[in-house]
Design a protein around this ligand. Structure first.
Ligand code: NAP
Length: 300
């Protein structure tokens, strides 16, 4: 492990999960933390998340070999600017933002003299805040590392090794490609969930509470996604605008195809389509990225 001291800025779901995972898997590493919120810092202290939690971002990163920014995508530049005076010259800066090209640009602008190795652990839940984190969040999940073209190979390896030590599998990817892939696999599904649940909540007035009362499994799964953090997701859509809009265009075209198939009574079209999508679900389970048990293996 190349890092003796790690600082985490932002102690919500992801930051607190990193702190917990380090505590369990890399107990020799000293972890310092900071969050802009007094309440979050107090909770993090009560939970014993780090070796020390600093009120001041500059103090939090002093002596750190690796600094991880775990704040909403739209706050990355501010968070980086706030820690700059405390950074060691050799410190590596990373982040966990859900979109990468814009964050990489912002961090390179604010931290021109430091090595920045952006990363995205593709792991999370719909909950936020320090109490929502857990040490096994990254177990067997992908962490996509998106180094710029000039990133030193040893720094890329050190960040990759760090994530593997926390239980993740690592892939290296170009930031723009990451943003296109995640637009399809994560950002568009969230947008659809926000739309469906928003539409249903308006229809709720028409149906006098029957939407919630009779919520079926399909709708309930969307409500879980649509309960995700509003600030985080606001920032993701603003930051990954181009890739999301391109994917949404394609989605609208496919929706029109299904709309036509329903209108024309094209049973074969519908059945072929649904057979293909069922196979995708099965391959995700075969890859070990989800649970085959009913209701996604949730315990009730
Ligand atoms: P979260 O639970 O809301 O935690 C973010 C924390 O950062 C909050 O406590 C927030 O405080 C704090 N913060 C905001 N601006 C700050 C600043 N300038 N300096 C220090 N602290 C600041 O969010 P999260 O789910 O952990 O997400 C964090 C990052 O991980 C985001 O970039 C997100 O895109 C990425 N990510 C999320 C998931 C997921 O499923 N949730 C998965 C992978 C990656 P306030 O609440 O007071 O603003």
């Amino acid at each position: 492990m190349a890092f003796a001291r790690v600082a985490i800025v932002g102690l919500g779901l992801i930051g607190s999960s990193i702190a917990r995972a380090i505590g369990e898997r890399l107990p020799q590493v000293i972890v310092t933390g900071h969050d802009a919120s007094d309440t979050v810092r107090a909770t993090a202290r009560n939970l014993g998340l780090c070796n020390a939690i600093a009120d001041d971002p500059v103090a939090a990163v002093a002596d750190a070999d690796l600094v991880i920014l775990a704040v909403p995508v739209g706050r990355m530049a501010d968070a980086a600017a706030a820690i700059t005076p405390g950074l060691k010259a050799a410190a590596i800066i990373s982040d966990v933002g859900s979109s990468k090209a814009g964050v990489a640009e912002a961090l390179a602008r604010v931290l021109p003299h430091h090595v920045v190795i952006p990363a995205h652990p593709v792991a999370g839940t719909e909950n936020s805040g320090p109490a929502a984190g857990f040490a096994t969040l990254f177990d067997g999940r992908w962490c996509i590392v998106t180094p710029g073209p000039d990133a030193p190979a040893d720094a890329v390896k050190a960040v990759s090794d760090f994530w593997e030590a926390l239980g993740a599998k690592v892939d290296i990817m170009d930031a723009a490609h990451h943003d296109m892939v995640l637009a399809v696999t994560s950002h568009l599904p969230h947008l659809i969930a926000y739309t469906i649940v928003g539409t249903a909540s308006e229809l709720e007035e028409v149906t006098e509470s029957e939407v919630i009362k009779y919520s079926a499994g399909g709708f309930r799964d969307f409500t879980r996604i649509a309960a995700s953090d509003p600030v985080m997701w606001r920032d993701v859509f603003l930051a990954n605008k181009d890739a999301v809009l391109a994917t949404l265009q394609r989605f609208n075209e496919d929706l029109t195809v299904l709309q036509q198939a329903i209108r024309r009574g094209d049973a074969d079209k519908l059945e072929d389509w649904f057979t293909r999508t069922r196979a995708i679900r099965r391959s995700i389970i075969a890859e070990g990225q989800d649970d085959a048990a009913p209701d996604f293996g949730r315990k009730h």
